[in-house]
Design a protein around this ligand. Structure first.
Ligand SMILES: Cc1cc2nc3c(=O)[nH]c(=O)nc-3n(C[C@H](O)[C@H](O)[C@H](O)COP(=O)(O)O)c2cc1C
Length: 237
């Protein structure tokens, strides 16, 4: 097709890394490429914490129990950030209203676009990584560990490094199940069984549960309370 689309189509998450250091310049190049993502009104309502210190990675691992964080050379934390907006509104002597769902979407979308762009840039340089959303289950503790001020919150992380594993590309739902012409089209439930079979073939016995069981388990449980608690503490809700 073309090299960029080929690269995108080759994506798979990497959770096990070699003990090789990513050069500082390379890391900066990757993050800067990530930062070229579109951003709401060019406000850039995010920050990125680069964690390379092994003791700090250990502390984050102790909180989250995700082995990719220990194995990774770098752990990046993408933070939704209105602290700079607070500085600007203070300086202008105007009101500051960072609370609520719409604001949260602005900063979360900004941070997520940069994160995905960063991962893709890393993959284009033969590095690999995995996005870590689990960090929101320990939002308050992580905020403390990273000295996050008011009006900021951790959204997702990325464990990044030189891959020490290779996976087949994980199948996605069929195009027609998720892309609709002109209006939304509710899909007949048969898509569930069909995709469970596709996923089970891909997993080849490595996963004890069906894809649909994992969806059902997740959505029948309560969402982590930590996200909202932390957003309240940081004066964003
Ligand atoms: C928002 C988000 C949060 C994620 N959180 C985690 C996580 O906490 N731990 C993990 O191992 N993978 C996590 N992942 C990776 C997904 O499990 C992975 O992207 C998905 O299973 C598809 O597999 P692939 O990336 O190999 O194609 C996350 C992905 C996204 C987009």
């Amino acid at each position: 097709m073309n090299p960029i689309i080929d690269q995108m189509n080759q994506h798979f998450s990497v959770r096990q890394f070699k003990k090789e250091r990513i050069a500082d310049e390379t890391l900066k190049t990757i993050i800067n490429a990530g930062r070229s993502a579109s951003t709401w009104m060019n406000f850039q309502s995010y920050s990125i914490i680069v964690v390379r210190n092994q003791e700090k990675k250990q502390k984050i691992y102790d909180l989250l129990g995700q082995s990719s964080i220990l194995s990774a050379d770098v752990f990046l934390v993408f933070v939704g950030d209105f602290y700079r907006a607070k500085q600007i509104t203070d300086e202008k002597g105007v009101a500051f209203k960072p609370e609520g769902v719409e604001r949260l979407l602005v900063s979360s979308v900004d941070a997520a676009l940069v994160a995905q762009n960063t991962l893709l840039a890393a993959e284009s340089m033969d590095l690999g990584g995995v996005i870590i959303g689990m960090l929101r289950t320990k939002s308050e503790q992580l905020s403390k560990l990273l000295d996050l001020p008011d009006y900021t919150y951790p959204l997702i992380g990325i464990s990044l490094g030189v891959p020490d594993e290779h996976h087949e590309i994980k199948p996605r739902l069929p195009y027609e199940n998720v892309v609709f012409d002109e209006t939304y089209q509710i899909q007949p439930e048969a898509f569930v069984e069909t995709f469970d079979e596709v996923q089970s073939r891909y997993a080849d016995g490595r996963q004890a549960t069906l894809w649909s069981e994992r969806v059902a388990n997740y959505f029948s449980g309560d969402a982590t309370a930590s996200t909202l608690q932390n957003l309240k503490e940081k004066k964003l809700m």
